[in-house]
Ligand binder design. Structure first.
Ligand code: PRX
Length: 649
C-alpha cells in the first residue's frame, strides 16, 4: 500500500539486530557499515576493485570506472563471463555437488540440480543455441514459466555472449511481438505451456500468435516440453529442446566478454509510450548482483534461499539466478501460485526444504494476512533466519505481521528498494548491522549515494518529502534504453541536474533513513508490477468503441494500487452493460491480465484544462472516492465532474 508521509511519520518502532545474528553476519555493526560506505563513496576504485577481485576475470580491468555523464563504463578493459562466475567457479570446490537450484512444480514435481548438473545443462544448451546459429551479440527472447530450464536458457545466453530478453509468462502475444520487434530477436525460447492455479497457460500458442503477423527476424523457436499440452510445430522454424540436446555435447568454453558487453534487455513501463528496453551489461551488473546477495542476504553455504519473484521481472534476474548463483548459494524456484492447491503452499515449501532466507513482495504479504494465520501455524517455519521485502513500499502493519507471524519475531527484515533500471539493490538494511524501522528501506547500499531533492534540485532537510535521486553512478546501473539513447538521457538524467532521477517520491528522517512514498510519475505499481498509465490508455483506445481514455491509480488494500480507467466512447456508441467487462478483457489481451482495470467509468468527455491537458489530479481524487479539491477553474466543462463521480459504482 502506498504510504503517505503523514502515516509513516508516526512510526517510532526500531528493531535492532540480535547479538546472535550480528556475531555471525558479514557486516556486524552500524559502525562497520558506515566505514565501508564512506570508503565506497570516497574511494570507489578501491572499494569496488577489492570486491571485484572476488569474481573470476578472464582479463583484469584497467580502470574501475569511466564516467561521462550519463554514460558509465565499469571495470574498463576487463573481460568476464557471468555464467562462468555462476557455475564453473564453484566446480572445483566443495560446492560442486551442492544444490544450485531446488525446484518444485505447481503440480508437485520436485527436482534438484547440483552446480555440476546445472553447469552441464547450461553448456549443452549453449551448444544448442550455437547449433541454431545464435552468435555473440544476437538477441534471444525467453518466454518461459518458472522452471530450471528458464535459468539454463539465461545462463546459456550469457555463456556465449547472446543478449537475452525475458518476457514475463503472464504477458500477451502483443507484448511479445512488440518486444521482439524492438530488440530484433533472432530466436525465441519457450515451452508448450506452464502451470498457473491448476490450469495450463498456452505459452507456445502466444508465441505463435506473436509471430503470425508483421515482419520479424525470428528464425528459430526452441520449445521445452513442460506441460504436455498439444502445440503447433512449424516445420523449419520450431525445434524441441530435448531433441536438440541430443545433438550436442557438454563442452562449451565460456566466451571472454568485455565488461560492458550487453547481458540482457528487460522491458519495463515508463510514463510515456511503450515499455522501454532497459539495457544491462556484464561486469558491473554481476558485481552488484553478487555483492548485494552476499551482504544483504548474508548468504552462507548452508542457506536455502528462496526469492519468490518470477524470472520475467528484474528481481528474478538478479535474485533468483545471477546473484545467488554467483555466491554459490542454493536457490529455490517454485513454478506456481501461492494459493495452489491451498493457501499454505509457501509455508509448506519453507517447511519441506528448510528455507532459511525468504524474499517476497508486500502484495503477497498482504494476501497472506488476509488468508489468515491458521495457514501459517500449520507449518514449522523455524528454519527461517532472514526475511526480505521488495517491489513496493511495505506498510508498517504488513511489516509487523511478516516479522511476528512469519519470522517468529527472531528474523531481521531487509526492505530492499531498487528498480529494473538500478539492476540491483540500492537502499536496504544490512541484517547484522542496521536497526530497522517498519516501513523504511533504511540506508544506502555500498557505493550508492541517494538524496531527496525539491523541485529545484536542492537537497531538502529531514522529513521533508521530495524526489529520490542518485548522485553517483553505481556498477549495476542501466547503461541505456535499448536503441534510444536520447530517451535514456531525457528520462533519467535531465529531471535533476547531475543526478539519476528514480521516479519515486521519498523522505529521509533525522537518522538518515529513507522512507519511499511511491511513484510520482505516471507509473503505477499494481501488486508489485510496474504499469504505465499511457500503456493501459493506448490499449483501451485500440478497442473499436473507444475514442479517448485516461488511466489513474487508486489506493488498494491488497495490491497497493488499483487501475481505474475513464473512458469516452466514439460518437454513436452507447454504454452497453457488457462493455465494461469487454474493455477489461481487451486490456488483458493487449498487455496481460495484470493490467486489467479494476474499474471502468464512462463519460461524455474527460476533464481537461482549457489548453487541452487531462486533469489527472482531479481524476485521481475521483478514482479514490475523495471529494474533488483544488482549483477547477481551468476546467473546460464542469458538468464532467458530476458525470464521472456519479459513475462511481
Ligand atoms: O516505486 C518503487 C517500487 O518499485 C519501483 C521499481 O519497480 P520495478 O522496476 O518493477 O522493480 C521492482 C523490483 C526491484 C520503484 O521505483 N519499489 C521497489 N522496491 C521498493 C519500492 N518501493 C518501496 N520500497 C521498496 N522496497
Amino acid at each position: 500500500m502506498s504510504q503517505s508521509i503523514e502515516s509513516h511519520l508516526n512510526e517510532k518502532r526500531v528493531f535492532k539486530p540480535t547479538k546472535q545474528f550480528s556475531k555471525a553476519a558479514r557486516i556486524q555493526s552500524l559502525e562497520q557499515y558506515r566505514q565501508m560506505w564512506e570508503e565506497s563513496i570516497k574511494r570507489p576504485d578501491k572499494f569496488w576493485g577489492r570486491e571485484a577481485a572476488e569474481l573470476q576475470w578472464q582479463k583484469k580491468w584497467t580502470k574501475v570506472l569511466d564516467w561521462k555523464e550519463p554514460y558509465a563504463q565499469w571495470f574498463v578493459g576487463g573481460q568476464i563471463n557471468v555464467s562462468e562466475n555462476c557455475l564453473d567457479r564453484h566446480l572445483n570446490t566443495v560446492r560442486q555437488n551442492k544444490a544450485a537450484i531446488i525446484w518444485e512444480g505447481e503440480p508437485g514435481e520436485k527436482r534438484v540440480l547440483t552446480y555440476q548438473q546445472l553447469f552441464r545443462e547450461v553448456c549443452r544448451f549453449a551448444n544448442v543455441l550455437k547449433r541454431n546459429k545464435v552468435k555473440k551479440g544476437d538477441r534471444v527472447l525467453i518466454y518461459m514459466p518458472m522452471i530450471p530450464e528458464a535459468a539454463v536458457a539465461m545462463l546459456a545466453c550469457a555463456r556465449i555472449g547472446a543478449t537475452h530478453s525475458v518476457v514475463f509468462g503472464g504477458f500477451s502475444s502483443d507484448s511479445i511481438r512488440d518486444r521482439i520487434a524492438d530488440c530484433k530477436a533472432k530466436l525465441v525460447i519457450t515451452t508448450d505451456g506452464g502451470y498457473r492455479r491448476g490450469s495450463i497457460v498456452p505459452l507456445k500458442k502466444n508465441v505463435d500468435d506473436a509471430l503470425r503477423e508483421g515482419a520479424h527476424g525470428v528464425q528459430k523457436v526452441i520449445v521445452y516440453r513442460r506441460a504436455g499440452n498439444e502445440v503447433h510445430i512449424e516445420e523449419g522454424r520450431d525445434v524441441w529442446w530435448h531433441r536438440e540436446m541430443d545433438y550436442v555435447d557438454g563442452h562449451c568454453p565460456a566466451e571472454a566478454l568485455d565488461s560492458e558487453h550487453p547481458l540482457f534487455i528487460l522491458y519495463t513501463s515508463g510514463s510515456t509510450g511503450k515499455p522501454k528496453g532497459i539495457l544491462h551489461t556484464t561486469g558491473g551488473y554481476l558485481m552488484q548482483a553478487y555483492a548485494t546477495s552476499k551482504y544483504v542476504f548474508d548468504l552462507r553455504d548452508e542457506d536455502v534461499y528462496w526469492c519468490t519473484a518470477d524470472i520475467g521481472w528484474v528481481t528474478g534476474h538478479s535474485y533468483v539466478v545471477y546473484g545467488p548463483l554467483a555466491c554459490g548459494a542454493t536457490s529455490l524456484m517454485y513454478e506456481g501460485a501461492p494459493n495452489w492447491p491451498e493457501n499454505d503452499r509457501f509455508w509448506r515449501i519453507i517447511e519441506e526444504y528448510s528455507v532459511s532466507v525468504f524474499y517476497t513482495a508486500p502484495t503477497a504479504i498482504r494476501a497472506f494476512i488476509r488468508w489468515g494465520d491458521q495457514w501459517v501455524k500449520k507449518h514449522d517455519l523455524s528454519s527461517l533466519r532472514l526475511l526480505g521485502s521488495v517491489g513496493e513500499p511495505i506498510n508498517p502493519e504488513a511489516w509487523m505481521w511478516y516479522h511476528q507471524v512469519i519470522g517468529g519475531g527472531r528474523c531481521p527484515i531487509v526492505d530492499t528498494w531498487w528498480q529494473t533500471e538500478t539492476g540491483a539493490i540500492m537502499i536496504t538494511s544490512l541484517p547484522g548491522a542496521v536497526p530497522t524501522k517498519p516501513g523504511s528501506a533504511t540506508l544506502p547500499f555500498f557505493g550508492v549515494d541517494p538524496a531527496i531533492v525539491d523541485e529545484k534540485g536542492q537537497e531538502v532537510g529531514p522529513n521533508v518529502g521530495g524526489k529520490l535521486v542518485i548522485r553517483k553512478p553505481w556498477p549495476s546501473m542501466l547503461r541505456s534504453i535499448y536503441g534510444d539513447k536520447a530517451r535514456y538521457k531525457k528520462t533519467y538524467w535531465s529531471e535533476v541536474k547531475g543526478c539519476y532521477f528514480a521516479g519515486d517520491g521519498a523522505r529521509r528522517d533525522k537518522d538518515g533513513y529513507f522512507w519511499i512514498v511511491g511513484r510520482i510519475d505516471d507509473v503505477l505499481n499494481v501488486a508489485g508490477h510496474r504499469l504505465g498509465t499511457s500503456e493501459v490508455e493506448s490499449a483501451l483506445v485500440s478497442h473499436p468503441a473507444v475514442a479517448e481514455a485516461a488511466v489513474v491509480g487508486r489506493p488498494d488494500e491488497l495490491k497497493g494500487q488499483g487501475v481505474v480507467a475513464f473512458v469516452v466512447l466514439k460518437s454513436g456508441m452507447i454504454v452497453e452493460p457488457h462493455l465494461r467487462e469487454e474493455l477489461r478483457q481487451h486490456v488483458g489481451q493487449v498487455i496481460g491480465p495484470i493490467a486489467k482495470p479494476d474499474d471502468v467509468r464512462f463519460a461524455d468527455a474527460l476533464p481537461k484544462t482549457r489548453s487541452g491537458k487531462i486533469m489527472r489530479r482531479l481524476l485521481k481524487e475521483i478514482a479514490s472516492g475523495k471529494a474533488v479539491t483544488g482549483d477547477t477553474t481551468t476546467l473546460e466543462d464542469l458538468s464532467i465532474i458530476a458525470q464521472l463521480t456519479a459513475n462511481n459504482d
